[in-house]
Design a protein around this ligand. Sequence first.
Ligand code: ZN
Length: 1003
Amino acid sequence: MTARSSVPRIALRACLAALAVRAAAGWAAEPGEPASLAAAIRSGGARPDLAVRVQGFRLGTGLGAVFLDDGVLVPAEPVAGRPVEWVFVGEGRAFMEPPDDVERGQMELFTGAPVLDEPFDRAVFAIALDAAADALVGLPRAGDDPRVGGAAALLEQWRSSPERRLLDEDARLLRDAVGDPLGRGFFCGYFNGDKLGRFLWVVDPLAEEQVIVGRFVAAQLTDPERRRAERHLESEQRRGKLIGLVVDDLGVWDTWVSTSLRGTDGTPTPGTAGVEPRHYAIDATLDGKQLELAAVARVELDVLVDGLRAVTFDVGSELVPLAVRDGGGRPLVFAHTVDELTVLLAEPAAGGSSLTLEVEYRGTPFERVASGAYLQRDPLGWYPHAGLVDRATYEVVLRWPRKLQLLGSGRVVAEGVDQEKRSWQRRTLEVRSLGFSFEVGDFDTASGRIGDIEVTVGIDRLGQGAARGLAAEVLRSVEGPLAYYQTIFGPYPLGELVVVSSPRAFSQGLLGFVTLSTAGIVDWDKWASLLGYEDRRLLIAHELAHQWWGNQVGWRSYRDQWISEAMANYAALLYERNRLVGQGEPRVGLGPTSGWQAELARLTRDGRPVESLGPVTMGPRLNSSLASDAYHAIVYKKGAVVLDMLARLYGEDAFLGILRELVRTADGRVVSTDDFLNLLERLGGVELDWFRRQYVLGTGLPEIVYDYRIEGVGEGWAVDGEARQQSTYVDRYRVERLADGALDVSRRSEPRLDVADSVLVVPVQIGIADAAADGDAAAGGGPIRSLLTGRLLLRGELSPFRLEVEQRPLILWLDRGGEVFGRFFAAARWPRRAAIARGLELARSGALAEAEAVWLTAFDEPVVTADEQWLGAEFDVEASGRVLDISLHTALARLYLDQGRLGEAAERIGLARERMQRDDRWLFEHEVLALEARLAIRSGRPEQALRELRQAVEREPEVASTEVAALLAVASHLAGKPGDWTAACRDARSRGVDLGPLDCPAE
Ligand SMILES: [Zn+2]
């Protein structure tokens, strides 16, 4: 399900930009002060005559500071007496420390360092903070400083940039100019950084997470692609669509950091939209071949902020506001920028009061696709939205051409035909919901009843071609999960449910109204799995689960949206297990979590596994210039696997009892990830801190090694063993002076996660020998005649286990089916891998000689033994062995370097290089590069180390690991390059390196 929500504004803009849809920009031609303010904001040029000289100025903002060390500031034409936009030319530095590990991780992902510490030579600022603006105005004049000259061009560049348009900066500055409390404090810095290039730092008081640092990455278009995009836009714009869009607006936002501002005591103080809608009353008419829309939306709003002067509506991609009135019918001044409508109130509104605004607008939300069907691009884009939570009740009157049918949200309370011979209906939705939508077409319908619920399925004849009987089939697929979910999650809250096909690329489950993507419900029969389509019964089960997860239990912010999607997938998984497979259905296709390992292990262009891009709580931020589809893999698939782990931990019945309680208490309101986990802890009596850190806020697939032996016990048998959950480690680097006076970079591994409290419930399978088989033959790996299945509880780092069975066991697997979010392997069946892990444990505990011995013999161990039976045909033993060998060589090289055995280290580094193939580079290149540099430094060749490090980083910025940064600082110091040294020190320090004896310049 996709839906409007409190995604950070930048991310929302990103979606719009990516979809290439944007409404007309332009200010309402109302007379009066606001319109002239607006014009001044939009077009006032640079004023070099007002330029000031700035030195040692610190601009504190949004969890960090911008240092203007030395330069000039040139203001744009003042607005309402004060300059708000400024161009800076000179030397400056942007510094920000992200507030928590998750945000530090994202900063590091995009910039290579967990802290932003970036020198810049040019910047444009918008500062809606009177005190700061006054301080800048008071600085000494720059006079004929030559740096003033380039300012006008920089301002122009910013004014015409997609970033400024997509941020709706004009609307923010207008809010400030009319004295709105949410306009104050707006800040936008557009920097040209030395290393990072262009980036933005925004503080937007209207966003829940006001502070955002990131970058707009424009779509990389070839010339022919650009011309094609321009032609496409022109033809769309002739039909009244995509108005105002330019090709430069196509692209995607990378959000490096997003966070709420902090109070003086460090607690988050989230932003607010100033209003939240309580009720929408909409009167809408669809006319003509394109179903052109003319409508009036009357929105009742709760005012959240005292002294509010303006209300912002999201008007989606293609709506054009014509007039705005207050509750008494008086016209109000408004501004329409990009996808926002800013309404200026006649007088300030008091916090706690309510406010009614009426927006009259037109638009073309529908287009006709090749099949003749009507496609509404954004199911919620046909009316203006306000607020960050935006859950309201609805009363909607719709009129449409009589030859078509309309199916939609809500209950029909009146209907008929108007004087213009149009069909009309009045619909109400009396339960607070995140949206109201409808589809128009020529529907083949089927209806039925589940208890008191009237179910209607509509399949568009225009869209589905000759698929007769499809409506009845889909109805059957709806009835199953609808009945099942009521038994496990509690009652469905409405008396009716409408399910409709749509030619859109996605399906969506709004309250009482589900749309199913045409491609998803066609019966592909046995082809479905081959084509990679999910079994459509499970797709329908997912969308129906949103009636509970997403609607009855809403998500508070984009960070909590994973609960809705993961829960919908988990619900579909339960339906598959307990209803389809569980009741003997012979053929079930791909399920909601099928192939999760492969999807999460897939490598991005720059060679990282998709799973490492961020935790489930990053929501839509997971899709970025690094990967366009990580959101689905991480939120839907990892999310569902993780919930399934929780269910095994509590036991399915107990877990479902807690979920039922959550649905009951949420009662249509929104919940956060913390609310969800706290309720689980309270009702389930299991402490979940470890789970939160590792699976909800963390990334990485934990590794679990197990070992066992089989022995006869009396009449029967026992499998005795232990499983060790490897802590994941974080490496810390330190510059050290060795006893002989030489400098070196040492690495210490600190456990990242404390696994002592972890509790995993793991499926176990035991292969049993034929009862009649000769004992010796069976012991030699004879045929497995049957499988025993069960579950095993693993607690903490090391879990011993003992399983007693009557028949003779041959082999044991933990999590053979990949149901737990982790990688399990049996040490005895993966000898080389097990030896590497054992050596690492030894080395970490300081037993270096023992570690060396284990690693040296590991080369002779097989990669995998013949009795490991789950491996698919695609498993590449050769490649796997090669990766293990390179790991062994580099581990030995590091060990030798630590012991000063330079000759042996050189030999191992050479062997690692020799073995490495193109596919392995992403995994090992930075490691081998660091080892080579360390060797060169230790051998008294710092110039060589410096040259090689610099060349490598230039060629491939991804190899600039923290260790590489630390070595660059050491090498440039030893090579006597003070300029390089200062920059390298700063870079290494921002990555958390302890520079100790290097005596770097202070900050
Ligand atoms: Zn969904």
